[in-house]
Design a protein around this ligand. Structure first.
Ligand code: ADP
Ligand code: MG
Length: 619
């Protein structure tokens, strides 16, 4: 086992600069800070406008980008260039979302692989992190305009169920927007902080249910706080359930009332856009009134609160089923919940509040603005990191990210900076050559995307991996930082049990100035770093596709027509050529072309193989 002594500079960060809290939402995003005078969290907004920025991005034909309310106008009229719900794609491959692909009215690239998703707008390809970075850039710009000071540091929230890849994509988005992401915080944790829960380490244990009904998603999280430390006991929800569904059911109701066919929505985009907006307005109005009445295209549109409630009831019932499941997973009865926190714009619907309160058998916490509560909590977390909130237990944290080198010299982070100590993380890797018997594990510290720009802590070889085809070995690399801040790195091939150990001498501690420089470099080089990463990843994907296609053809040569052979050869050559250049979009499009050509015969040959295998067997 390799033991590496690393410098874990702990304690609070200096507050020279403002640190903002950001709620990067599926439907809406916003920024909050701790007000310098009142010391209370506030959401930032320009005079007379909302603090919410719709999470919508529009690309025009010249490559100009608009974000927010402006972009929302194009949702229905220019669906192919208007990206919404980018958060749903964060850290995902096409395989992860293919069952819901029709939800996205823009082009999500289907390369039928495990590779990270890309979205096409015009002739350009964007990763979800790039898309989210446009939203973060807009938020940063607004915050700087309102505060009249540069904003470079942020705490960003994510759903509690986000995995490593999704959290990493969120960090990348922050970096691309020029933000130093001090910490990624769970949304329900942030909401609890905004209600003052868990702020004092001696306030006793509490079990909290956070009910979050937003625009398109529903999340229920059960948290436990003890000694100021939050633990997620369970999460549940529905990633396709929210306020949008209420709007749609109002539209359906109106169409029925007017005897208008649903086809009208598909054929008349202006009409569809207009009536959806009226439906949302009606829903919002009815959260505080009894009857909504307006004229639209010369016709009258009416709906009462009572009718709305009959439309909303089935949606609420679904969320209650999720709550029951979350409690079950946490191993708790309803009575064990001390506090119920309401989050998300859709919890403003009175029926939602009443139903949740009835289910848990206690009044719900709804005094903090449900659209802003997550961002407000993020601002409180930022203030804690800034060392301004002395009552709060500040846990030891890692000052820089820790990771290993992967294909093409990329840094793969296992423990992100500002993680709590002690901490552990592990990830599986595989071989990329047939019969590969060794794997070099190089451990780095730093925030840059290429390891050559980071600090090497140690290196060792895992040897003795038994011969097997590329991609079959399972090498688990695990990092463990103990309470003393010592990092232990272990590599183990899981199929054979081969494990490697090596002693590494302790590294010199980093000075504060060196640390500061490393952080600054990662921000100033963010876009070139991420561009390099994207190119390296595209090349790796391209090279792997060439190898697998080559192997597949050799094995199945007799099943391919001459035309298929010729087309494949041409596409492979084109991809090979693209790999020698530095245009990642070109590589992606050549990968796509080759996939398009090989998919039909690959499927045909697989089907044949399956039916051959089934023959003679009783099923
Ligand atoms: P997300 O967290 O998914 O980004 P939000 O928490 O901002 O979303 O919630 C947005 C949803 O809240 C939208 O569907 C919006 O119509 C709805 N909403 C906002 N205000 C109200 C209101 N007063 N009554 C009912 N729904 C509302
Ligand atoms: Mg939200």
């Amino acid at each position: 086992m390799a033991k590496i002594g690393i410098n874990i500079a702990t304690g609070s960060l200096q507050q020279e600069e403002i640190i903002v809290g950001i709620d990067l939402g599926t439907t809406n995003s916003l920024v909050a800070i701790i007000h310098p005078e009142t010391k209370q969290p506030v959401a930032l907004k320009e005079h007379n406008s909302s603090s919410l920025v719709p999470s919508v991005i529009h690309f025009d034909e010249f490559g100009n980008v608009t974000v927010g309310e402006e972009a929302k106008k194009y949702l229905i009229t220019e669906p192919q260039n208007t990206i919404f719900s980018a958060k749903r794609l964060m850290g995902k491959s096409y395989n992860d979302i293919k069952d819901n692909a029709s939800f996205f009215s823009y082009k999500v690239i289907d390369d039928a692989s495990q590779a990270m998703i890309k979205v096409q707008a015009g002739s350009k390809f964007y990763t979800p992190a790039e898309l989210s970075s446009f939203i973060l850039k807009e938020l940063k710009k607004r915050a700087e305009h309102i505060l009249k000071t540069p904003v470079n540091k942020a705490v960003i929230t994510v759903p509690a169920y986000f995995n490593d890849a999704q959290r990493q994509a969120t960090r990348d988005a922050g970096k691309l927007a020029g933000l130093d992401v001090l910490r990624i915080v769970n949304e329900p944790t942030a909401a609890s902080l905004a209600y003052g829960l868990g702020l004092h380490k001696d306030s006793g244990d509490k079990t909290i249910a956070v009910y979050d009904l937003g625009g398109g998603t529903f999340d229920i999280s059960i948290l436990k706080i003890s000694n100021g430390i939050f633990e997620v006991l369970s999460t549940n929800g529905d990633t396709y359930l929210g306020g949008d569904d209420i709007d749609n059911s109002i539209v359906q109701y109106w169409l029925q009332q007017a005897g208008v066919s649903e086809d009208e929505l598909r054929t008349n985009r202006e009409f569809a856009q207009g009536i959806r907006l009226q439906a949302e307005a009606a829903k919002i109005f009815l959260s505080a009134n009894d009857v909504f009445d307006t004229t639209f295209n010369g016709d009258s549109l009416t709906i009462t609160k009572q009718i709305l409630e009959t439309l909303v009831q089935p949606l609420v019932d679904k969320t209650i089923v999720c709550c029951t499941n979350a409690l079950k997973d946490a191993g708790l009865k309803k009575e064990a919940i001390d506090v119920v926190v309401m989050v998300g714009g859709s919890t403003r619907v009175p029926l939602v509040k009443e139903s949740v309160s009835r289910f848990f058998g206690k009044p719900v916490n709804d005094t903090v603005n449900p659209d802003e509560v997550v961002a407000l909590g993020a601002a409180i977390q930022a203030d804690i990191l800034a060392g301004n909130n002395k009552d709060v237990l500040l846990l030891d944290i890692t000052p820089l990210s820790l990771g290993i080198e992967t294909m093409g010299g990329l840094m793969d982070v296992l423990i992100p900076r500002n993680s709590k100590i002690p901490n552990k993380a592990s990830r599986q890797y595989t071989t990329h050559k047939d019969g590969q018997s060794g794997m070099k594990i190089s451990v780095y510290q730093g925030e840059r995307d290429m390891v050559k720009d980071n600090r090497k802590l140690s290196e060792f070889n895992l040897t003795g991996i038994p011969a097997m085809p590329a991609g079959l070995a399972k090498v688990e690399v695990s990092f463990l930082i103990n309470a003393d801040g010592i990092l232990v790195v272990k590599a183990k091939e899981l199929r054979s049990g081969v494990e490697q150990s090596i002693e590494v001498k302790a590294q010199q501690d980093l000075t504060d100035a060196e640390l500061e420089k490393m952080l600054l470099d990662s921000i100033t080089h963010a876009s070139e770093d991420i561009a390099t990463r994207a190119l390296v990843e595209a090349r790796t994907e391209g090279e792997q596709l060439l190898t697998t296609t080559e192997k597949f053809i050799q094995k199945n040569i007799t099943h391919l027509s001459n035309e298929e052979m010729a087309q494949t050869a041409t596409a492979m050559q084109a991809l090979q050529l693209a790999l020698t250049m530095t245009d990642k979009d070109l590589i992606h499009s050549k990968v796509e072309e080759l996939n398009e050509i090989s998919r039909p015969y690959a499927e045909r040959i697989m089907d044949q193989a399956i039916s051959t295998a089934m023959r003679g067997k009783t099923v």
